[in-house]
Ligand binder design. Structure first.
Ligand code: PLP
Length: 233
């Protein structure tokens, strides 16, 4: 479908352009195509254009799509929504990444339920960067203590930090949030924790995120179009 193909090429070219403008390698920021609420056939179309990394928020919806997409075996699945403890098993068995770890208990379940023949689940700690009361994620000052616990879990590989920036804020404020993320990652590194991922930037703020060091941007509507419905599980 031309619509999806054009959107994907557009987003990839925006990413390359801003990487180069900010003196980074043109492939320094990877694209995660966020397909929540869109059907498996849209994912397949984008997959056939060459995209491999996809992000999903709702575990049941995602899990059904993994069954439908058996013909796309090398999709890399990124879970970017909150995970309830009764859903960890699905994630441990089929996901490659979880960007939204904020509770040790959930992380322990994921590590325990990860099948031994599979590589460790790649994880990021979700940071509630603007300390918004109704957002998921932990406070910046809790990142290092949680990281020290997570690196002990055998079937998880702590890769870095993730955030959803505050909506509708000024460019100055956005820059401040993304810079704080970058500083938090540097603090982990100074503490001897080898994490290298900054998962930040969505359709509306990806350029600012990349200028501030994002290594993974999570882009939904700029590729798939406006979401028509919301799901809750
Ligand atoms: C939906 C979602 C995205 C993508 O948002 P767009 O504005 O559609 O690009 C990225 N990250 C998270 C955590 C999301 O829930």
């Amino acid at each position: 479908m031309d619509f999806l193909h054009n959107n994907l090429q557009n987003v990839l070219s925006r990413i390359r352009t801003v990487c180069l403008q900010s003196d980074r390698a043109e492939n320094a920021a990877s694209l995660i195509a966020v397909s929540k609420t869109f059907p498996a056939e849209d994912i397949r179309t984008v997959y056939r254009c060459g995209q491999r990394d996809f992000g999903e928020n709702y575990i049941q919806e995602w899990y059904a799509k993994t069954d439908e997409l058996a013909d796309c075996p090398d999709i890399v699945w990124h879970i970017i929504g909150d995970i309830q403890s009764n859903k960890t098993k699905y994630v441990a068995e089929r996901a490659h990444w979880v960007h939204t770890v904020s509770r040790l208990k959930i992380a322990e379940r994921l590590s325990h339920q990860r099948p031994t023949h599979m590589p460790p689940l790649q994880i990021c700690i979700e940071v509630n960067i603007a300390q918004e009361p109704n957002k998921h994620g932990i406070a910046p000052e809790d990142v290092l203590p949680l990281a020290r616990e997570l690196i002990k879990l055998p079937k998880l590989a702590l890769r870095g930090l993730m955030c959803v920036a505050k909506a509708d804020c000024s460019e100055t404020e956005l820059n401040r949030q993304f810079q704080t993320m970058r500083n938090l990652l540097a603090e982990l590194n100074q503490a001897g924790i080898a994490a290298d991922v900054l998962s930040m930037g969505m359709s509306s703020d990806m350029e600012t995120a990349i200028r501030n060091g994002a290594t993974h941007v999570r882009i939904g509507s700029a590729i798939f179009g406006n979401r028509q419905y919301a799901q809750s599980t």
